[in-house]
Structure formats: structure tokens, C-alpha cells
Design a binder for this molecule. Structure first.
Ligand SMILES: Nc1ncnc2c1ncn2[C@@H]1O[C@H](COP(=O)(O)OP(=O)(O)OP(=O)(O)O)[C@@H](O)[C@H]1O
Ligand SMILES: [Zn+2]
Length: 749
């Protein structure tokens, strides 16, 4: 019925739909299909159950596994030409397969909202109208509407369609077009307007480049020579070594070859300075992609990248899915940063996807960090990545001196040793700034009753409620629930409630007592919620007046604060004994990054780490500035246990408001696969641990369980994962349990 020629074999459209099922859906071509090309990457509108969905055509086939009477025709072909270039479609297919995710939902992550919603008119594409069939008989139906008839005949003469403007030029008004559309005699298609990339200014630079030091020069030359070929570089440069300058000059070389650079950074809002440095240097258009864009802005940035107009594309995680007309180089700044791994839905690592993409594009990729992830260091050691090193700080800056402040037996005020006061005072007196780092916001992590031991716990999560002072309340940092602060203990009614532990607000209390005259700039999630708040606080810091900067890891990332000469780490201990096998690695990265904010310009930097464990080996190595020795010993530990990067992991998570159901679902899947022969052969090479309760068993009112899969090789691990997923998808329980797959999990919680 939907075929132009009854002799031809039936054509089936294989469509990716935004639904969680990990497969494609077959449809017939639209009812009035005239055999126009069905190119992968065009969008189609289909009915799915009782909904209409926008999907993406992946393939056509002359075969379908589904009974003919179960299949429906697509309602509409939305695009004439694919708006998703083949390379991007291939990247999404790889990503969906590697992360065991639905391709339709992967495309949801990759594509701008405008495309997902099926809109495009006015967004760089034009709507064209075509006669619905080539059938002259339709003219009879129009014999009583001469203007519509004339218009219809005109459209028959233009089989590729006409825009409204084109029709108007031929004397056909839009209401006549609408009339024909209502009679379903014409169809609409979206057609891409020709890309209108203007040439870049011949002088690419707005501002001259800095003179590189030899190590920087070596890095720039090595990478620039590889333009046009795939090669993965690990740029390991100590904090303040001028990695950004290296990126800028690699990009310059790339732009000179008329190629584009794609740069991923952890969070644009946190470090607007990085973006400003790119904008100040180059005169070519720069497209930025991050979460604070409107749908239209995002679409425009996408178009600028796809057309080749933008020379540089800078964005956060999902910008890795930006189409590039002339790809040149991919740069990942702070490659170790946790934000590159998405923690819900499609749990992809933008860094790992980027390495695959660079390979696909035949482009070099640079992973830059002062504290590379163990995975990346291992890849470099294995020769898969080429290491480039910047061992010294740029310019005249010296590495900071790191000292431990042993807290044992020391009097404290809100978590700060009293010895700190004179030290901070001396730094402030010379006109410098002091950065105080504490990785907890709020006043105190919990409230305890000194009489009966009652603790302020969240009723929805296995977590304490954090005490906040401004505004005064108890808040759960996992589910957001808020409660009033009780004046008497809710359990024993005594007046004996005390805050336990220290957060940023509590530190602030002591610091403002110690230094009532000095400006105190607090940066944490509570002080930066308002739009532009972060920007304003950073501007205050950059006025370079003596000040105390107090904050969480938001202050540790990638900032260049020239006036900071002293960094105080309030509490190094809580991370030392973490249950997560990556705990020490993450702490070492964080401490090195925070310490690296000190002494980045003229003044010599000093770092004080407060700890009860000054002899801990990790702290000792950090103090000696031996990050490489530290990572080597961590790698040795991992090797002994076959943990990543010496082995691979997949976590299957399940959660449900009913305590038993999440565990039951995972158990059922394990039992079901045990009956298959394939699984039996895989059990030799894959270890399954669990199902076990997640480290935080209850969160947001749901009970959470997980199954950990662990293997020395990827292939059997992925095969077994696949089998388990099939069981989970087919289980009746899965309708009552939310479950997800996490390949290469970064966070075991
Ligand atoms: N070749 C150079 N000569 C003089 N100054 C330089 C040179 N290269 C970089 N700088 C300056 O050194 C400072 C630190 O550089 P940058 O912020 O790029 O370091 P980084 O390696 O990215 O540090 P981090 O990893 O700590 O964020 C900047 O002010 C930069 O302008
Ligand atoms: Zn909670």
C-alpha cells in the first residue's frame, strides 16, 4: 500500500525512538510516499502506542521481523536532507552500543532540543511544500476551487517542492497553500538552507600569542604536526604551567589550516575566565555550548559548528556531540574531572567518547591536566597515548610549598587551628589573598543531642540533614527535603542539641571574627545559585584586594587567582579512608588542584593542610610534590586487585520504593542467565558481585541495590551485561523497579 510500485519489495524504515528500549522500530514509508530517498539521519514523525514521537531514521531494509499487520506507516518525513551528519550518527550509534543504552535516548542527549522536538522552521531550515502524489486525478477534486487547482498544478511542476516565499513569487498566497494542506493534497518537508559560512578574518588573532617556554613549545609543535591524523596526547602540566597557552597555540595552528577546534571544559559557569581567554585571543567566531543556553541559542551554536562558521567550539560534556564541518583537533581540559562522566540516563564519559571520535575524525586529541586520571596515565604508560609534559610553572612562578598542620591535641575554632590566625594575618598584611578550602557547604554536617545521641537524619535517605544558618534550617543534600531546626531534642526533649563537624558557613563565623575588617568571599553552591552570582564573586576576587576566599571545590577548579599566596585545606582526613576504590585518587587530585591555586604569580605560594594523619603516605608524597610516585603506587594497588584500569567494570543499579523489589529484580536476572550456555562460559572470565545494597542504600525514598560486574577483558564483560539487560528488560518486575546500566562507573554510590 505504501509502495510506489507494487512490484518492488516492501521497504521498511528502521527508526530510533526516544524510548528506553534498546532496539530500533520498523515502520512502513508514509502513505503517500513517492519513492523519495530515505537517508539515514532524517527525522520522522511516527505514532507509537497512543503518542506521536519524533524519531531518527537509521536504516532501511527489505526485511522486518515483525508481522505485517503490526506495522504502521510513518506519519511524516520531516527532513529532506539529514540534519544529523553521518559521522555524528555513527558516533551516537557507537555510544549507545558501548554504554548499552537506547539509541533513541542517546540521540536525545546528543541533539539540541529544537531538533528533538521536530521543530526547525526558521532555525536554518526552510519549509517546502510538495504535491502529495503525482496523481493528476486529484485535479478533479479541485475542479470547484480554481485557485487551489492552479496552485496544485504549479506544485506538480516542481516535484522537489517550493517554499512559501517561492509560491508567493508565483502568485500563490499562503491561505491557498493552507487550503490544500487541509485537504491533505500537499505535504510539508524541512529542507536545509545552504550553509552560509562566511570566511574567517584573515588575521586570526585579536591579541598576540605569548612566547612559549621550551616545554610548551615542544607540546605545541608535536601536536600541530599531527593535524590530519589520529593521535591521543596526554598533556600533563603542573598547576600554573600554562596549559591553556598550549591549547591556544595548537588551536591557532589548526585554524591556519582552516580546521575547527572542539574544546571541552568541566564547567563554564565556574571558570568564565577560560572562555574569556579564548575570546580575547581569537577573532574567529567561537560557539559556546553549555547548560545555560536557551533552545534557540543552543541550536544556533550547533548550526555555527555544523556549517563551519565557528572556528572554535567550547562546551561542557555534551558538546562532544557537536557536528563539525572541518574537524581539526579535540581538546579536553582537566581531563580527570568527574563532570565529564554523566551520572544519570546515558552514563557516558565525554572524555572516552572524545577519544573514539577523534579516531573516527582522524584528528589529534589532547587530554590536559595537572592531575591526570589513573586510566589516562596507564594508557600513556602502555603507549596508547603520547605523553607531553610541562614540569615547571610558566613565567617566574615557583611551585607552592606544602606543609602539614598536625591537628592532634591542637585547640580549634570551628575546625580551624588557632595557629592559622597569625599566618593568615601575615599573608593578608602583604596585600595578598588567602584561600580557605573546605569541601562541605552549610554550617555543620549534622546536629546531635548530647543527652540521648539523637541525630538529625533524613527520613527519605540514609544521610544526615545538614544544618544551615542562612536561612536557618536542616536540609538533606541528597533529596532536598527541608525541616525546621528543633530547639529541643525531638527524642528526649532536652535542650542539648549541638552541631557536629564544620561546613563553609561555620568556618565563615570564625574567620569573620578573626578578621572583621577583611573582605570574606564565600563561594559554594548556596552563595552562587542566583544567576550571575558566581561571575560577580569572581570579579570581586579579581579586583585583587586583600581578601579571604572561602569555599568548596568550586574554588579549586582551573582558576587563576594571581593574588592568592596562602591556601588552607581545612580537612584532608575525611577523604583518606573512603570506601570507594577511587577515593584516594580523587582526594589527591583535589588537594593538588587546590594547592595549585597558591603562588601562581609573583608571590611565593604556601599551602597548609590540616590533618590528624600527617604521616599518611599519600599526604607525604603530595607534600614532596611527587604526584607521579603517588599515582604509581595507586596503580600498583589497582593492579593487584585487577581494578580499573587493569580490569573493567559495569554496575547494574536498581531502585524501588519497595525494599525487596530492587534486589529481587537483580536476583532474578542473575538466576535467569545462569540457565544459558553462553553465560556459563562467560562466568569463567567475569566476576559478579551482588546484588548488594548501594553504599547509600536509601535515597529519595527509594531502596537501591547494585550488581557489580568485573572482568579483565572488555568483551566477555559486555556480553554478559547484554544478557543481563535482556533479562531485566523482559522481567515483569522491571515495571516497578527503575534500573540502569553504568559502564566504566566512576562513582560506586
Ligand atoms: N609562556 C608563558 N610566558 C609567560 N606567562 C605564561 C606563559 N604561559 C602561560 N603563562 C601564564 O601563566 C599563568 C598560568 O597559566 P594557565 O592558567 O594556563 O595554567 P594551567 O596550566 O592551565 O594551570 P591549572 O592546571 O592550574 O589550571 C597564566 O597567567 C598565563 O598567562
Ligand atoms: Zn534526603
Amino acid at each position: 500500500m505504501s509502495q510506489p510500485d507494487s512490484q518492488a519489495p516492501t521497504t521498511y524504515l528502521q527508526v530510533a525512538l526516544p524510548v528506553p528500549f534498546r532496539r530500533l522500530f520498523d515502520y512502513y514509508p508514509p502513505r503517500r510516499w513517492k519513492g523519495e530517498p530515505l537517508k539515514p539521519g532524517i527525522r520522522v514523525k511516527v505514532s507509537f502506542g497512543n503518542r506521536q514521537l519524533i524519531g531518527v531514521l537509521i536504516n532501511t531494509s527489505h526485511h522486518s521481523d515483525w508481522p505485517a499487520d503490526k506495522l504502521k506507516p510513518v506519519l511524516e518525513l520531516i527532513d529532506e536532507q539529514p540534519l544529523i551528519p553521518p559521522e555524528l550518527l555513527k558516533l551516537c550509534q557507537w555510544t549507545a552500543k558501548y554504554y548499552h543504552h537506547s539509541l533513541g535516548e542517546t540521540l536525545q542527549v546528543a541533539l539540541p532540543a529544537v531538533l528533538r522536538q521536530g521543530k526547525t522552521a526558521g532555525y536554518g531550515t526552510a519549509t517546502k511544500y510538495r504535491a502529495a502524489t503525482a496523481d493528476q486525478d486529484q485535479t478533479i477534486a479541485l475542479s470547484r476551487a480554481p485557485k487551489q487547482l492552479a496552485a496544485y498544478k504549479t506544485l506538480l511542476e516542481h516535484p522537489s517542492g517550493l517554499t512559501l516565499a517561492g509560491l508567493k513569487g508565483l502568485g500563490i498566497a499562503s491561505h491557498i497553500v493552507q487550503g490544500l494542506r487541509q485537504k491533505q493534497l500537499i505535504t510539508e518537508v524541512q529542507s536545509r538552507e545552504p550553509a552560509t559560512a562566511k570566511p574567517w578574518p584573515s588575521n586570526l588573532l585579536r591579541q598576540p600569542a605569548l612566547t612559549l617556554n621550551p616545554a610548551q613549545q615542544q607540546a605545541v609543535t608535536t601536536v600541530s604536526q599531527q593535524l590530519g591524523q589520529f593521535c591521543c596526547f596526554l598533556l600533563q602540566g603542573v598547576t600554573g604551567s600554562g596549559k591553556t597557552e598550549v591549547y591556544l597555540q595548537i588551536i591557532e595552528a589548526c585554524l591556519k589550516q582552516k580546521r575547527q577546534a572542539l574544546v571541552l571544559i568541566p564547567e563554564i559557569g565556574l571558570t568564565p575566565q577560560t572562555l574569556q581567554r579564548f575570546q580575547a585571543r581569537f577573532s574567529v567566531p567561537i560557539a559556546t555550548l553549555h547548560s545555560n543556553l536557551t533552545d534557540l541559542e543552543r541550536w544556533q551554536a550547533w548550526q555555527a559548528a555544523a556549517s563551519g562558521q565557528a572556528g572554535i567550539i567550547i562546551g561542557t560534556r555534551s558538546a562532544i556531540f557537536t557536528p563539525l564541518a572541518n574537524p581539526g583537533v579535540i581538546i579536553i581540559d582537566e581531563e580527570h574531572d568527574g563532570s565529564f562522566k554523566q551520572q544519570d540516563n546515558l552514563r557516558y564519559s565525554a572524555r572516552d567518547v572524545a577519544v573514539y571520535r577523534a579516531n573516527q575524525l582522524l584528528a589529534p586529541i589532547v587530554l590536559g591536566s595537572a592531575t591526570p586520571a589513573l586510566e589516562s596515565l596507564y594508557n600513556a604508560a602502555m603507549g596508547r597515548y603520547q605523553k607531553l609534559e610541562l614540569p615547571d610553572r610558566a613565567g617566574d612562578a615557583k611551585p607552592p610549598a606544602i606543609n602539614m598542620l598536625d591537628l592532634k591535641g591542637k585547640p580549634l575554632s570551628d575546625g580551624l587551628a588557632l595557629d592559622l590566625q597569625p599566618l593568615m594575618a601575615s599573608h593578608l598584611a602583604t596585600g595578598n589573598q588567602v584561600l580557605v578550602f573546605i569541601n562541605r557547604r552549610g554550617f555543620a554536617p549534622t546536629l546531635i543531642c548530647h543527652e540521648c545521641g539523637w541525630l538529625s537524619d533524613c527520613s527519605h535517605c540514609d544521610a544526615h540533614l545538614t544544618l544551615h544558618r542562612y536561612p536557618p534550617l536542616l536540609r538533606c543534600h541528597h533529596c532536598g527535603v527541608e525541616e525546621n531546626i528543633p530547639t529541643l531534642c525531638p527524642q528526649c526533649q532536652q535542650n542539648s542539641l549541638h552541631p557536629v563537624g564544620t561546613g563553609t558557613e561555620r568556618c565563615e563565623a570564625t574567620l569573620s571574627q578573626w578578621f572583621p575588617e577583611t573582605e570574606l568571599i564565600r563561594i559554594d553552591r548556596d552563595t552562587t545559585q542566583r544567576k550571575n552570582a558566581m561571575q560577580e564573586l569572581l570579579e570581586k576576587i579579581h579586583q585583587e584586594k586583600p581578601a579571604i576566599l572561602l569555599g568548596t571545590q568550586m574554588l579549586a577548579k582551573g582558576h587563576h587567582f594571581p593574588k592568592v599566596s596562602l591556601v588552607v585545606v581545612v580537612d584532608a582526613d575525611s577523604g583518606l579512608f573512603s570506601a570507594d576504590f577511587r577515593g584516594v585518587e580523587k582526594l589527591a587530585q583535589l588537594l593538588t588542584q587546590v594547592a595549585g591555586r597558591a603562588g601562581r604569580a609573583a608571590a611565593q605560594g604556601e599551602v597548609i593542610i590540616q590533618t590528624h594523619q600527617p604521616d599518611h603516605r599519600m599526604l607525604q608524597l603530595l607534600q614532596a610534590g611527587l604526584y607521579d610516585e603517588l599515582t604509581q603506587s595507586l596503580l600498583k594497588e589497582r593492579q593487584g586487585l585487577s581494578l580499573p584500569p587493569f580490569g573493567y567494570m559495569v554496575l547494574l543499579r536498581a531502585e524501588s520504593p519497595h525494599q525487596q523489589k530492587a534486589e529481587a529484580l537483580l536476583n532474578e536476572a542473575c538466576q535467569t542467565i545462569q540457565q544459558t550456555d553462553l553465560a556459563a562460559s562467560l562466568f569463567n572470565s567475569v566476576d559478579i558481585l551482588g546484588p548488594l545494597p548501594a553504599p547509600m542504600e536509601k535515597r529519595q525514598g527509594r531502596f537501591r541495590y547494585q550488581l557489580a560486574l568485573h572482568a579483565r577483558q572488555r568483551q566477555p564483560l559486555h556480553q554478559l551485561t547484554q544478557l543481563l539487560i535482556q533479562c531485566l528488560e523482559n522481567s515483569k518486575l522491571s515495571r516497578q523497579v527503575r534500573w540502569s546500566v553504568d559502564v566504566d562507573p566512576q562513582d560506586m554510590g
